[in-house]
Design a binder for this molecule. Sequence first.
Ligand SMILES: Cc1cc2nc3c(=O)[nH]c(=O)nc-3n(C[C@H](O)[C@H](O)[C@H](O)COP(=O)(O)O)c2cc1C
Length: 201
Amino acid sequence: MEKICYTAFVAAFLIGGQALAADVQKLPQPDLTQPLPALMELLNARQSVRSFNKDKPIDEQTLSEILWTAFGVNKHGKRTIATARNEQNMKVFVLREDGIWFYNAADNQLEKISEENAIPFTAEKQAFVNNAPLHLIYTSSDMHLGHNHAGSAYQNVYLYATAKGLATVIRGLVNFEELHRALKLNKDEFVIVHQPIGYAE
Ligand SMILES: Cc1cc2nc3c(=O)[nH]c(=O)nc-3n(C[C@H](O)[C@H](O)[C@H](O)COP(=O)(O)O)c2cc1C
């Protein structure tokens, strides 16, 4: 497995209209040739799971593949999901205890935008969520079509999770205001849904 390197990223990058210093976590290349159960089998087995083992983390290879499945760049130079007018304007954020990260699919890396642990803002109404080691937040600025993009992405992740024995559930019960602030979203951007991922207890 390719080794993850954490490098201090001294340059500033632009996200949400704000220049921020950040750390970068390079991701290993997703393994696109691994044998997985067939699509019909996965669709038949897919379900929401609301139990997470807080002591069983997700390794970097799996993390990379989850993110690629959700919104990675495919062999056509497009995304793993269809997007309206090919605008590809959804943003996927990763929440972990070590902070908030933006998924830069083109560079296959995570870019830290905050040290804040924002997981509690996803879990106010369902405490089991706190046990998941990985949390995806789907955001958009497209009021009309952004939800469709999130739906495509979270279904991809459901299917990958099913194939890999991971637990996940898509969720709308989050503190939208606090997440909007913590993710440093622009006024025209909004949080759509939250997807915790981990291994079931
Ligand atoms: C847009 C959306 C929002 C959801 N929000 C929540 C949620 O906040 N909490 C939760 O436990 N499940 C949530 N769910 C999961 C549904 O409860 C679940 O998909 C449904 O009960 C069917 O179960 P299944 O996914 O196992 O087929 C949500 C599902 C969707 C599609």
